[in-house]
Design a protein around this ligand. Structure first.
Ligand SMILES: Cc1cc2nc3c(=O)[nH]c(=O)nc-3n(C[C@H](O)[C@H](O)[C@H](O)COP(=O)(O)OP(=O)(O)OC[C@H]3O[C@@H](n4cnc5c(N)ncnc54)[C@H](O)[C@@H]3O)c2cc1C
Length: 307
């Protein structure tokens, strides 16, 4: 991992840096490249625009590691309300949620109750709720919550990270469920005994995991895979890999504001695509992870400073 990337990921958890930077107008301007606004209405506006371009959408209200049960319940309340507003908007938007924002640090049962409320509301509209995967210490609890929620409704999916050594085994254990899995490379700072360090090896693992999910046996069991990546060369390999996979069995997923031209190309070639739109005021750690993914993004911050 490069020094700059390590520094940015370390910065993402710094309270002092967060307090300094989130107040600065230049920093807020730079963030706007990756999110249409802080309010649900801003995000829904972007969902409608993307719907017009044939692109599906996912919404996430930014925030993580809440410290009280009331705060976690309030997040679930917000998402239940958001599902109603999404239904009124008719955009077919799905939700992507972080379990630490639903109270995972406070206990598994309370967190599951909050997720259950969101999943029940989403199930009535036949839309999947996706569970994000956070730092490695949360993987066991996240998978346990996913399994328990999946036993109650098929409208729940989970993210798996290709950079973790453990993910191949986790996927094998999930496959009998016919799961909805979002595959990503992984966005957190992890030690070498937990995560694969070299990009080429992460990419290879991503492809191997993708191959398992699109095998006819897995697809026949109900597996669905969202390929959450902007990596052009990996996407080309995934297109070859899925040549014989029915297009209801997979989709590409990208983040709002990244590689718009690639998004258009996929849609015009007939591939299903969803774009994840973030909103909310708690954007600092999330934005620092976006900077770490591509330190060249720091230029946008500097340009915005010079304006
Ligand atoms: C829909 C979705 C959901 C996700 N959910 C999770 C999750 O739950 N848990 C998790 O750990 N991670 C999640 N991620 C993030 C993921 O793990 C990666 O960190 C992120 O997608 C960057 O990796 P990449 O596959 O695009 O490949 P990379 O090799 O990192 O990037 C490939 C190319 O994409 C472009 N690119 C990538 N990132 C950026 C950026 N921030 N800004 C500008 N250009 C960029 C660059 O051109 C880069 O060369 C999610 C990603 C997506 C798309």
């Amino acid at each position: 991992m490069g020094l700059l990337r390590t520094a940015l990921l370390a910065g993402s958890t710094s309270v002092c840096l967060r307090e300094q930077l989130t107040r600065r107008p230049f920093f807020r301007r730079a963030v706007s490249r990756f999110m249409p606004g802080e309010h649900l209405g801003d995000a829904l506006g972007a969902c409608r625009t993307l719907q017009g371009a044939g692109v599906g959408t996912l919404l996430t209200c930014l925030g993580e590691n809440v410290t009280t049960a009331d705060a976690a319940r309030a997040v679930a309340d917000h998402y239940v309300e958001a599902i109603g507003r999404i239904s009124d908007a008719g955009t077919g938007t799905q939700l992507s949620v972080k379990l630490t924002q639903l109270g995972l640090d406070l206990g598994l049962e309370g967190c599951l109750d909050n997720l259950r409320r969101i999943a029940e509301a989403s199930s009535t509209h036949e839309q999947v709720v996706w569970i994000d995967m956070e730092a490695s210490q949360y993987v066991d609890a996240t998978l346990e919550i996913f399994r328990r929620a999946r036993a109650e409704t098929p409208y729940v999916g989970v993210c798996l990270q290709a950079y973790l050594h453990r993910t191949a085994a986790d996927l094998e254990a999930l496959l009998p469920l016919g799961p909805a899995v979002r595959l990503v490379k992984g966005a957190y700072r992890e030690p070498a005994d937990v995560a694969i360090a070299r990009k080429a090896d992460v990419d290879r693992n991503f492809e191997a995991l993708a191959a398992r999910l699109v095998e006819p046996k897995a697809q026949a069991a109900g597996a669905f895979v969202g390929f959450g990546t902007h990596d052009r060369s990996l996407i080309d390999r995934l297109i070859r890999l899925t040549a014989d996979t029915p297009r209801i069995g997979f989709e590409f997923e990208m983040l709002y504001g990244i590689h718009g031209s690639l998004q258009q190309r996929l849609v015009s070639d007939g591939y299903p695509l969803r774009v994840l739109i973030s909103y909310g005021s708690q954007w600092f750690p999330w934005y620092m992870r976006r900077l770490a993914e591509r330190p060249a993004n720091l230029w946008f911050v500097l340009k915005s400073l010079s304006r």
